[in-house]
Write a protein that binds this ligand. Structure first.
Ligand SMILES: [Zn+2]
Length: 214
């Protein structure tokens, strides 16, 4: 039971490790399947994670399947599912996002692709990992967004499914890299409200981002 969703979490962990977004045991991922969620165990090498190592919880956070202790950020993941319509959650300590989280109050919307994350990405104030305080601050920072930076800690994204959450995580890291480079050259311009509205309009009109027949 729950084998497909456990494999999804393991495969996404290995993928993000291959992309360099998670190093060693740092980071955690989960995906929802009905009234349960599959989540990475604490202390696991994410680059080599197997479906058998993934833990299954009910929505109260009780372990229903698996031999390992779930991630210390279990409450953060549960909070995202409770508060937002999420199908999957990805938390990383990826280099660019983490560096910017040490400096910025928010990542300005410097590129229109960041609108896929909700535009400007907020930085949740710092709190110790695994605490209810951290979960609360991060959940607030995610309001109306599918991504947030976590001050002096890392980043979090969520999506309708694991593919979307992983995609958001990669997009955020890319956006942080763009901002980083731009800020090294000068004062980056952010898209204003009118420019953002025009992007949304054009995207709807042209079904941007999806393959379509001619
Ligand atoms: Zn963390």
């Amino acid at each position: 039971m729950h084998e497909p969703v456990r494999e999804q979490v393991a495969a996404a962990s290995r993928h993000l490790a291959a992309e360099g977004l998670v190093l060693g045991t740092a980071g955690n991922l989960s995906a929802r399947s009905g009234e349960h969620l599959a989540i990475t165990p604490t202390g696991a090498q994410l680059a080599e994670l197997t479906a058998e190592q993934v833990v299954v919880l009910d929505l109260d956070g009780c372990v229903v399947e698996g031999d390992y202790e779930p991630t210390s950020e279990r409450d953060l993941h549960l909070g995202v599912y409770r508060r937002y319509e999420a199908g999957a959650v990805v938390h990383t300590h990826s280099a660019m996002a983490t560096a910017l989280s040490c400096v910025l109050e928010e990542l300005p919307c410097v590129h229109y692709q960041l609108l896929a994350l909700g535009g400007t990405v907020r930085t949740a104030p710092y709190a110790t990992f695994g605490t209810p305080e951290l979960a609360e601050r991060v959940l607030d920072a995610l309001e109306g967004r599918s991504a947030a930076l976590m001050a002096n800690h890392g980043a979090i994204t969520h999506g309708a499914d694991m593919a979307a959450a992983v995609e958001a995580s990669l997009l955020l890291e890319w956006g942080c890299g763009v901002y980083w480079r731009a800020a090294a050259l000068g004062n980056p311009r952010a898209l204003d409200e009118r420019q953002r509205a025009a992007v949304v309009e054009a995207a709807v009109e042209r079904s941007y981002g999806s393959l379509r027949e001619r």
